[in-house]
Design a protein around this ligand. Structure first.
Ligand code: PGA
Length: 259
């Protein structure tokens, strides 16, 4: 079974200055893409504007992080209920940059997951191995541990429309993409883990995105893999041209029935 593709853009801390121009361009250039789901995750400061601009359009918005407490004396933090109150639907959780620079651990990722689900947000859970972990041959172990940690104590009934993004750290922002077959191997493992922890049906219907230097010229090869259901895109999501071309690659495969 092939799932509906999802193409998500993670703008990270971009663009500098106001994001309105890029949001408008995205709205204009992406509205004809109908056969795939599109998500844009701009910085917090642009979320409210994005929600207004994308109202009645096909693009859905997501945040890039959240804090697990609902309110209180946590200077600089944003809670799940604050995001859902302004109409945010998705939230990226456990991105490797958060793990690397802001001390996110499996435990804090789990807390963020629980907070997001409680507030009705749909998590995009990121996980993936570093270059040295891949070289040491422990990719599967690392991914398995991150998977278990993030989903500890979370039941299937809480996980509506949840997605996983497999993002090998060595491929993020480096121009080095995982070979489609290597990425597929990890996606297959994740699907097995979902089936083991939850149910086979759930594992089959949950989308697993690939992330790490996805570009228009490598997207189709990745999307052709049976367990790759779309992409989480950093750099190439900041240009309407490349973001659209990647979405078109998914649309092409959808309309050509994955031949
Ligand atoms: P990249 O980033 O496409 O620039 O490699 C992907 C990500 O970090 O989600």
């Amino acid at each position: 079974m092939k799932r509906r593709y999802c193409i998500a853009g993670n703008w990270k801390m971009n663009p500098p200055g106001a994001a309105g121009g890029l949001l408008l361009e995205m709205r204009e250039k992406l509205d004809e893409i109908t056969a795939v789901d599109l998500i844009i995750c701009p910085p917090f400061t642009a979320l409210d504007n994005a929600r207004q601009l994308f109202q009645n359009f096909r693009i859905t918005i997501g945040a890039q992080n959240l804090f697990w407490e609902d309110k209180g004396a946590y200077t600089g933090e944003i809670s799940a209920s604050m995001l859902s109150a302004i109409g945010v639907e998705y939230v990226i959780i456990g991105h490797s940059e958060r793990r690397q620079y802001f001390d996110d651990t499996d435990e804090t990722v789990n807390k963020r997951m629980k907070a997001a689900l409680k507030a009705g947000l749909k998590p995009i859970l990121c996980l993936g191995e570093t270059e040295s972990e891949r070289e040491d041959g422990i990719t599967f172990e690392v991914v398995r541990k991150q998977f278990r940690g993030a989903l500890e104590g979370i039941e299937i009934k809480e996980l509506k429309d949840f997605m996983i993004a497999y993002e090998p750290v060595w491929a993020i922002g480096t121009g080095k993409t995982a070979k489609p077959a290597d990425a597929q191997e990890v996606h297959e493992l994740l699907r097995k883990l979902l089936a083991e922890k939850y149910t086979f049906e759930f594992s089959e219907s949950t989308r697993i995105l690939y992330g790490g230097s996805v570009k228009p010229d490598n997207a189709e090869g990745l999307f052709r893999q049976p367990d790759i259901d779309g992409a989480l895109i950093g750099g190439a999501s900041l240009s309407t041209v490349s973001f659209r071309q990647i979405a078109e690659a998914a649309e092409f495969l959808t309309t050509n029935e994955h031949e």
